[in-house]
Design a protein around this ligand. Structure first.
Ligand code: ATP
Length: 214
């Protein structure tokens, strides 16, 4: 099974890329969704939270108390590191076990949407890493119109993230998403060709077969 990681900074267009890949019939594992599930009631990350932060950080329903945790890690950097260390390890393990499961079920190509892929390390685990990028101004405008936040909020997040130049050095492919969605889709189609992956648009039978297997 080929494992392809999709990453990029805030507002770069990762979701636009993975939405298109899913539309084509590919399977995508979303690290953000998985991360949230790991600290939801019954999640695999809950024992770590309980052990390292105490019962007061667990809600009555058995999930992580997100607002309480947010307050704590905002005040105390060492607690933020403790939280990130544990949750990142559990996320990486979970991504690997889900990937193994999908491979056993016959999945041939698996995409991963991982915003902090470069920061998390283990880059060699992926067969290829595709970085989605766009100019800072484009990203700011897109996030403002998507989330209704102000410019300062987006800039603060951008400044905290690894720089685009550093990420470009680690990426196998760079998808520049400064144009419209048609241009983005054309770039994805080109990459699928380059990697000898099917453009499922060409074969409606394959699309419906793949979708029914999900
Ligand atoms: P985040 O890391 O913040 O979740 P992301 O990298 O997943 O962001 P998207 O949500 O895909 O980014 O894109 C940000 C916004 O820009 C969305 O509203 C999306 O619809 C829009 N967008 C993305 N690419 C394009 C494009 N090429 N043309 C027009 N709008 C776009």
């Amino acid at each position: 099974m080929k494992k392809i990681g999709i990453t990029g900074g805030i507002g770069s267009g990762k979701t636009a890329v993975t939405d298109y890949l899913e539309e084509l019939g590919y399977t995508v594992l979303d690290a953000d969704l998985m991360s949230r599930a790991l600290t939801a009631p019954g999640g695999k990350g809950i024992p770590y939270i309980r052990k390292n932060f105490g019962d007061q950080f667990i809600t009555a329903e058995g999930g992580m108390n997100r607002s309480k945790m947010r307050d704590l890690v905002f005040r105390d950097k060492s607690k933020l590191e403790l939280l990130e260390k544990g949750t990142t390890r559990i996320l990486v393990e979970n991504l690997a076990s889900e990937a193994e499961k999908l491979e056993r079920e016959g999945c041939e190509v698996l995409f991963f949407a991982v915003p902090l892929l470069m920061e998390m390390g283990k880059l060699s685990w992926y067969d290829s890493i595709w970085l989605v990028t766009a100019s800072e101004e484009t990203r700011i405008k897109r996030v403002i119109s998507r989330d209704g936040v102000d410019r300062g909020d987006v800039l603060r997040i951008i400044k905290r993230q690894m720089s685009e130049d550093e990420k470009k050095k680690l990426a196998s492919e760079v998808i520049t998403n400064d144009g419209d969605l048609t241009e983005l889709r054309d770039k994805i189609n080109e990459l699928l060709k380059k990697y000898h992956l099917r453009d499922y648009h060409e074969d409606p039978d394959v699309i419906s077969k793949k979708k029914s297997n999900l």
